[in-house]
Design a protein around this ligand. Structure first.
Ligand code: PEP
Length: 250
């Protein structure tokens, strides 16, 4: 039984005051207890969101972190720092990090190992670009990103890991993958996890869909048995819209 996870990636939006206001509005309608809900604000908003979410069911995570615990790495934040602040989750290898900040599969793997070492719940993002899909390379890209991310991880450690399938052509574009396209990609990822770590690990792993999820398409996407929730960008910036997506997921 995989508990659905609804994750809000705010990207580089919201000041601490705006972040706090989102949480108090969102919590005015109590979220359903049978779903895990996590907010990923910009790092500077973490204290405000953690404070506003205190005592609620909301989990709070970071959008990124570095893999070293401390050192001369100007501008970076480490896993132990996130844990000390109260974060429980972390996004790893979002396509915007891969595309604009040069994150490689190797770096994603190092960050994933660091997140596991510090007991953060990692959401590892994978997904193909449009030209890769058009060239019939989608399955190979997903298999490569998944296997490289999971290098040096064994079945005993894999339980907290969540994978988010986020086709790059669907992120922030308004073009959503059809439920069938998403379910097919999820099946490829799950099969790859089974090959690497065995069937029980792959059956237990949550795989989210991300890419222009909105209140009006969330129910259809999340109804696919292969889809265990959503990673939501733009539509998670408004508490009412994110609340509708949370409610729509079965
Ligand atoms: C994301 O940022 O992970 C994302 C899926 O964005 P959007 O929902 O805006 O496409």
């Amino acid at each position: 039984m995989r508990i659905p996870l609804l994750a809000a990636n705010w990207k580089m939006y919201k000041t601490p005051a705006e972040a706090r206001s989102f949480v108090s509005t969102f919590l005015q309608s109590p979220p359903p207890p049978n779903k895990e809900i996590a907010i990923f604000p910009p790092a500077i908003d973490l204290p405000a969101v953690l404070d506003a979410a205190k005592g609620s069911v909301l989990h709070v995570g970071a959008q990124n972190m570095y893999f070293v615990d401390e050192g001369a790495f100007t501008g970076e934040i480490s896993a132990p720092m996130l844990v000390a602040a109260g974060a429980t989750h972390v996004l790893i290898g979002h396509s915007e990090r891969r595309q604009y900040f040069g994150e490689t599969d190797e770096l994603v793997n190092k960050k994933l190992l660091a997140a596991l070492r510090h007991k953060l719940v990692p959401i590892v993002c994978v997904g193909e670009h449009l030209d890769q899909r058009d060239n019939g390379e989608t399955d190979a890209v997903l298999r490569r990103q998944t296997s490289r991310a999971l290098e040096n991880i064994d079945a005993a450690e894999v339980a907290p890991i969540v994978i988010a399938y986020e086709p790059v052509w669907a992120i922030g574009t308004g073009k959503t993958a059809t439920p069938e396209i998403a379910a097919e990609a999820h099946a490829v990822i799950r099969h790859e996890v089974a090959q690497l770590l065995g069937r029980p690990a792959s059956e237990a792993m949550r795989i989210l869909y991300g890419g222009s999820v909105k209140p009006d398409n969330a129910a259809q996407l999340c109804a696919q048995p292969e889809i265990d929730g959503a990673l939501v960008g733009g539509a998670s910036l408004d508490p009412v819209s994110f609340g509708k997506i949370v409610a729509a997921a079965p």
